[in-house]
Design a protein around this ligand. Sequence first.
Ligand code: TYM
Length: 332
Amino acid sequence: MSHTSSKKRVFSGIQPTGNIHLGNYLGAVRHWVDSQEQYENIFCVVNSHAITIRQNPQELQNKTYELAGILLACGIDTKKSHLFIQSQIDEHAALAWILDCNIPMGDMSRMTQFKDKSNKNPKNINVGLFNYPALMAADILLYQADFVPVGEDQKQHLELTRDVAMRFNRDYGECFNIPEPMIPQVGARVMGLDNPQSKMSKSAQGENHAIFLLDSPDVITRKCKKAVTDSQSNIVFDESRAGLYNLLCIYEIFTQKSRKSIEAEFEGKGYGHLKMALAEVIIESLRPIQQSYAKISQDKTYIQSVLTKSADSIRPIAKNTYENAKRLVGLV
Ligand code: TYM
């Protein structure tokens, strides 16, 4: 089943846990912003996913609005895109149940994020954490999305989404559009600055692990200076030198320069030079976002009204898909 707009539809989501960092921005949010003209866009702060890890309720609420504000500050324009909060639309959880009943245990058990997250939270391995991908599939399928712009870590969840949608359509009748992942060529897996073997993540502990979008210039400079590299000295794009490669890729994205010209720029220069240049471009690129957030965050009522308006305008799409799925499986 497809939708009627002449533009292809994009859906994507982000969790309001921890702080939004450069990985989220370069792997996903930046692309949401850049392609707003081209597509019909639906973006979601996925707070129901966030409770798969134990949260402080008040903090979760605050973080949810904070993240929505940051997304607006990044350039999500609600004249072109919908931006809402997952728990505002009940059909997400409701469709997830129907999908749960149509995903084999074996498929779900293969999800590497469940394994990672349960290793990190051994005291709270709950059923929701295991079923997380079904809720994510519901998010996407409810809106008949064509494309899902995400970082590389979400690829496996997207495959599961496609599989369950195709199986459902085959077994019960046409219900879901089959979405395709949109994963950027560069920036799909930004690595931790303190450990370039592991991806930059909101939950990692190290104080120099991630650059957050609201970090001050001093903090950004400190984190860049402390970034782990290697004991060689020439500055070239070489994937086997993970720390250096990660810094160069971030530099490449922000400056939009070619790899050749970046290598020429740093020829004969040391890592210290690269790190300072990198800090500078990050600071300058984040400055307008931070300035815009400082204004937007003063007006919580504005943020809330934008979210509610978006949720109200897209709820009929979600209801329509859910009612169809419900009917097809024989629920009254
Ligand atoms: P989340 O909140 O972990 O991350 C949001 C987006 O940022 C991307 N990302 C990264 N990209 C590059 N390098 C990194 N180090 C990095 N870390 C995170 C993620 O791939 C993601 O695109 N399960 C999802 C949220 C979700 C969702 C959805 C996404 C729920 N429902 C439906 C798309 C469609 C998640 O936890 O993202």
